[in-house]
Design a protein around this ligand. Structure first.
Ligand code: ZN
Ligand code: ZN
Ligand code: ZN
Length: 303
């Protein structure tokens, strides 16, 4: 058996005699103070309060299953609430497990944060499994996101092959997450496109009313003096295009029935306007109150 005093504990050790020994699977014994362990971890507290088998013996607390040095760092954290970057780098996974088992939320948070920061395609599957076991939802989600963004790289790792052979449930869980993530991306993209189209249409509607009511540049109502509206439109970026479309609609020989696509587009804009117009009595947009078979006559092009 190796006997080793944790150097971090010596300062505290001078104040009171250590009364517990932590025993690791590697046989390392770390002397410590029961009141400090008990105040940092409710699980250790209940182990300490359990009646001793032999009256005189110093209490032994086994912390098995992780490397000796990880246990040292764990005990050091219980004393000081600190551990170095280097220790985190080396023992982050073990410390997360210990913080979960011994209920030390402060350490668990730190581990979750540090492990998230150090995630890569090589360790993501191990960390994911641990996050699942240790009930660390933030870390679990971070791993899943990393997996869905880098699945091509992870798919070729030994870790993935091992997981496929040994944990088909987790494999399915990961694949489902990736599927849902892809669907979410598609849905967002579709929503954005729909929103863009809606904005374009709504601007076209405003612009149509503007041209048919106020007149703009070279197109306007019959009773309006075109000379007043000579300059290029400053209100709508689509105004020029829409004016060209209106001029075309007024002059086209082919028309909608003849299969003219530009006329068809203009016709759809007039129909859309008439379906949303809230003042058809005074409205000057052609076709607003009725749908004649012919092209409207009250809009003309002043060229
Ligand atoms: Zn305009
Ligand atoms: Zn046409
Ligand atoms: Zn109208």
């Amino acid at each position: 058996m190796v006997e080793k005093l944790n150097p971090q504990l010596s300062a505290v050790g001078e104040m009171a005699v250590p009364d517990v020994q932590i025993i690791t699977s590697g046989g390392l014994r770390i002397t410590a103070h029961s009141h400090i362990l008990a105040s940092a971890s409710p699980v250790l507290e209940s182990m300490i309060e359990r009646p001793k088998k032999r009256r005189s013996s110093q209490r032994n607390i086994p912390i098995p299953g992780v490397p000796c040095d990880a246990v040292s760092v764990f005990i050091q954290f219980l004393y000081s609430s600190k551990c170095s970057e280097e220790q985190m780098e080396k023992y982050g996974i073990h410390l997360l497990a210990l913080s979960h088992v011994y209920l030390v939320p402060q350490l668990k948070q730190r581990c979750t944060r540090e492990l998230s920061r150090r995630l890569n395609t090589e360790n993501v599957l191990d960390v994911l499994q641990l996050a699942r076991l240790c009930d660390a939802p933030d870390l679990y989600l971070k791993c899943m996101k990393m997996l869905s963004c880098n699945f091509k790289a992870v798919e070729h790792t030994e870790g993935w092959k091992f997981l496929q052979n040994h944990d088909p449930r987790l494999e399915l869980e990961i694949l489902q997450f990736i599927d849902e993530a892809e669907m979410r991306i598609k849905r967002t993209r579709r929503n954005r496109e729909e929103q863009k189209m809606y904005l374009q249409l709504s601007e076209a509607m405003d612009c149509l009313e503007h041209i048919c009511t106020e007149g703009c540049t070279s197109v306007g109502p019959c009773d309006m003096d075109p000379s007043k509206n000579k300059g290029p439109c400053s209100k709508f970026s689509t105004c020029h295009g829409l004016q060209l479309l209106i001029k075309h609609f007024a002059a086209c020989k082919k028309r909608v029935n003849g299969g003219c696509l530009r006329c068809k587009r203009m016709w759809q804009l007039f129909q859309l306007h008439s379906s949303i117009c809230d003042k058809p009595e005074q409205c000057r947009v052609p076709l607003c109150r009725y749908c004649p078979k012919e092209a409207p006559s009250n809009v003309r092009a002043h060229v």
